[in-house]
Design a protein around this ligand. Sequence first.
Ligand code: PLP
Length: 429
Amino acid sequence: MLYFFQGSVVFMKLSAFGEKLTQKTGILELMDDLGRAMSTEQHLLMLGGGNPAHILEVEKIWRKRWQEILDNGDELERMLGNYTTPQGDADFINTIAGFFRRNYHWQVTEKNITVLNGSQTTFYFLFNMFAGVYPDGTKKRTLLPLVPEYIGYADQGISKDMFVSVKPTIQFIDKHTFKYHIDFDNLYKVDAIGAICVSRPTNPTGNVITDAEIAQLHKFAKEREVPLIIDNAYGSPFPNILFTDITPIWDENIIYVLTLSKLGLPSVRTSVVIANEEVTKKLTSINAIASLSTGTVGQHLVLPYLINDELMTISQDIIRPFYHKKAEDAIAFFHQQMQNSTIPYFLHKSEGALFLWLWCKDLPISDYELYQRLKERGVIVVPGHYFYPGLQEEWQQKSECLRITYSQDESMVHKGLAIIAEEVKKVYV
Ligand code: PLP
């Protein structure tokens, strides 16, 4: 690596930490593609990142709230001009605790809540807190019970090999639809675990782990004396991009992570963690070291909507139906494009989140080559092989899938899906 200093070139050596976090990663490629498509290269058909849609009705709510902040005495100055404690803003924390006591009867107080700068940062803290090298020299890993799983976890471990995962079982639902399930028999055989983590709905597949599967994971986590981390980036109760009914649960052994991002607020970088007192204290300590304090803009923006529970109705009545319709439309459109072809392609059953997970069985080229071909035609998707953190086992399917985001406007999604269908047909010929 080169370092430029007053005209001269100095070679910099990096620590193991520096080396690990600066290598080429899937998440860097994805966010780079996303950033360019959203700003400088707007001609690209962005079916890649996890940017939430611009839902006019929701945007109006945040605009109105922004105006209220401007009009409300010195709220703007307090919001922008004061650090919070590293646990978050006291009003917001108390309000979140009240929200979950009132709506879900969870026994939580302000001692169970931490507000951090986005859930990506939150997972970085959590994974490195529970997995890696322990003081006695032993090593533990974070178990991801269902892969494909979120690309953003893959490179978060400070030490090597911090994830372990297990191949799922596959249920075929119809000629072109399938669903993954957790393979509990193999899961029980995994040792040296420091935590278990699932995204619910799962990014990239749109799978939603059932209440029964969560109960089984919870029991397993308790037996192993490790926390069960549930990543609700798209989940319940907000933003509630769920097309199937679930009951959210929490107890002292669950670390429940939420974010404001998919409420249409990804740039406020605000996440909420509900955990036992000890974990809350530890996350607060890490946040003080890594970030000093938590950004206040997101907390101020949503506070009144938590007080009056409107965040539930915004999620349930606006955000959820918006994405559900988009998912159904994208699926129908893609099948239409593939009509009359004999290609063995499958879409994962869409139960939530913003994505279609396309599996092209026996794909004649790799998923990465397909991604590059699509990029050359101006369509950005994410190649599937990035979504298997911790899976050592060889599995052909790892190089046969693409993640396709359907959150952008309909004409962009349709154009992109039509090109994907065309390219897929070409490679099988
Ligand atoms: N978890 C999942 C499953 C995600 O898809 C994302 C982002 O897309 C994140 C966590 C991180 O979200 P943020 O850092 O914006 O809260």
